[in-house]
Design a protein around this ligand. Structure first.
Ligand code: ATP
Length: 510
């Protein structure tokens, strides 16, 4: 299936079955804002629970936090967001469309890259098994010329951005002859920096004095509480603080469904370590985080690391875990070695000491920080897009099934009386009462049993329990597995254990 079609399918399915709706849809929606429906909120909560258990419950030295979205405005001065959380934007005067200047340049480069890939493919076809890609790239005249062009553009762009020279960025766009995809014209405005933070006003104070921001990341709530948590929890280094919460960024171009939104949720953990230990812990967290993802069984080949060459002002090492979304490999989670940048900056701006007294080293110092930062909505999209399948069944029929990892599935068990009579609904409700103590279960007695199975497949329910006439006499039910579609008889008294074996989150940690 073409990648774009797959994304469209996911969006359509998510809406049809109550996972994700466009925000304020009756007013034609609001761009890049989405609402999670009745099943979406369950899946989201389960992803959060899996992350929280892995970070907080499984680590004796990690604790949680829930900081407020509004923070003192100096926080963002200290973190660098007021001055440097910008994207360079440019408008086309004819179409009135706005673009990120860096994205226009990246797309131009991607076209040259595509030409190189085409040449490689052609040569591969011509030379067959004898083809050596590395040698071809380093000797073929066309490829060398194209690569040199890419390098030249990258160098010019990097130099312009580092010098904060927006005139040079515009000159680059003009020299490359980049045209607006909508109007086709090269009639561009100057490039301007656009700050991604949303501003609002606090209480009755108007004007600059009352300006505050919606937090663009949850991390700063952790940094400003570093000492509160360390002291009240008597934490010793190394230790971590984990937080799940909303973040807001006024993205210039927000698209690709819930991948890039203006209001989204982050699951972040800041791990405080002694200076000098950061590389060891950076590697540790890279390993831990990739293992957390892979345990879900979405497919090992769907993940890759992308190490950053150009680092943010606060980092000494950074890597993204990229996921193979329907739009291709894109950033899912970031792991950053943030040095002592943030705590030091907060010390300077607040005048308070944010240090840890190390009894072994007999000195106090500002800790270094390794951060893991995962977008909850991107994680949701990763699960949904890889789970949705259309399967051909024996006998020629088809089914749409969501192979959501059972521990994350919104509904764990569907309770289905075979008929709506003969005391079967009553017996089914007894089983429902039993299972709902531990699991999110759904009762369904409408339509033929086959159609009910299909409905549960489509929302990813791992198990269906069918109550039939035999149940009334032998006290057993039929348990049907979503993935294998196999059915087995299970005594009602053994049902909880059978469900637990299938859907327990504990299996993900083994
Ligand atoms: P990108 O390069 O895609 O804009 P970023 O590098 O700015 O992302 P970080 O600042 O590292 O992202 O944020 C950490 C995580 O938060 C990301 O890995 C991503 O999962 C999530 N995230 C960031 N921006 C958005 C957004 N606009 N919508 C949804 N999730 C986001």
């Amino acid at each position: 299936m073409a990648q774009e079609d797959q994304l469209k399918k996911v969006i359509g399915h998510a809406k049809e079955y109550g996972f994700v709706f466009p925000s304020s849809e009756i007013y034609d929606g609001l761009s890049a804002a989405y609402d999670y429906g009745q099943l979406g909120v369950e899946l989201k909560n389960n992803i959060k629970a899996y992350w929280w258990a892995a970070m907080v419950r499984m680590h004796e030295n990690i604790v949680g936090l829930d900081a407020s979205i509004f923070m003192h405005p100096t926080t963002w001065k200290a973190s660098g967001h007021t001055d440097a959380f910008n994207d360079p934007l440019i408008d086309n005067k004819d179409s009135k469309k706005r673009y990120r200047a860096d994205v226009l340049i990246e797309e131009y480069i991607a076209k040259i890259d595509a030409k190189i890939a085409k040449d490689v493919k052609k040569a591969q076809k011509r030379f067959g098994d004898a083809f050596d890609k590395a040698e071809f790239l380093s000797t073929n005249g066309n490829c060398l010329r194209r690569q040199a062009e890419i390098d030249g553009i990258n160098d010019r762009f990097k130099a312009a951005m580092e010098a904060d020279d927006l005139v040079a960025v515009k000159a680059l766009i003009e020299d490359l002859g980049i045209a607006c995809p909508v109007s086709g014209s090269r009639n561009w405005t100057d490039v301007r920096q656009f700050n991604l933070m949303f501003k609002t006003e606090l209480g009755a104070v108007s004007g600059d004095a009352g300006v505050i921001y919606l937090r663009p990341e949850t991390a700063q709530g952790i940094f400003v509480n570093f000492l509160n948590v360390q002291k009240s929890g008597r934490m010793k280094l190394p230790f971590g603080i984990a937080q799940i919460g909303k973040a807001f960024r006024n993205e210039i171009i927000a698209r690709q469904f819930i991948f890039r939104m203006r209001e989204f949720e982050q699951m972040e953990m800041q791990f405080f370590v002694a200076p000098g230990d950061q590389t060891k812990w950076y590697e540790y967290w890279k390993d831990q985080r990739i293992a957390w993802h892979k345990a879900l069984g979405l497919g090992e080949e769907k993940y890759r690391f992308h190490d950053h060459i150009k680092l943010a002002h606060y980092a000494d090492a950074a890597s993204d875990i990229e996921f193979d979304f329907p739009m291709g490999f894109k950033e899912l989670e970031g792991i950053h070695s943030r040095t002592d940048f943030d705590l030091k900056a907060h010390e300077e701006h607040s005048g308070r000491k944010l240090r840890f007294y190390d009894p072994e080293r007999e000195e106090s110092y500002v800790p270094y920080v390794v951060e893991t930062s995962l977008g909850l909505d991107r994680m949701f999209l990763a699960v949904l897009s890889s789970a949705l399948r259309e399967e051909q069944l024996e006998g020629g029929s088809e089914r749409t099934v969501m192979c959501i990892p059972p521990a994350l599935a919104p509904v764990k068990v569907a309770i289905l009386p075979l008929l709506k009579k003969d005391g079967l609904p009553e017996k089914a409700r007894e089983v429902l009462q039993l299972l709902k103590l531990n699991y999110n279960v759904q009762y369904d007695e409408k339509d033929a049993i086959g159609r009910r199975y299909r409905r549960q497949d489509a929302i990813g329910t791992p198990l269906c329990v069918t109550i039939d006439h035999d149940t009334l006499t032998d006290g057993a039910v039929t348990l049907r597995d979503r993935d294998t579609m196999e059915q087995q008889r299970v005594a009602i008294e053994d049902l909880t254990a059978a469900v637990e074996a299938k859907v327990s989150m504990a299996t993900l940690f083994s």
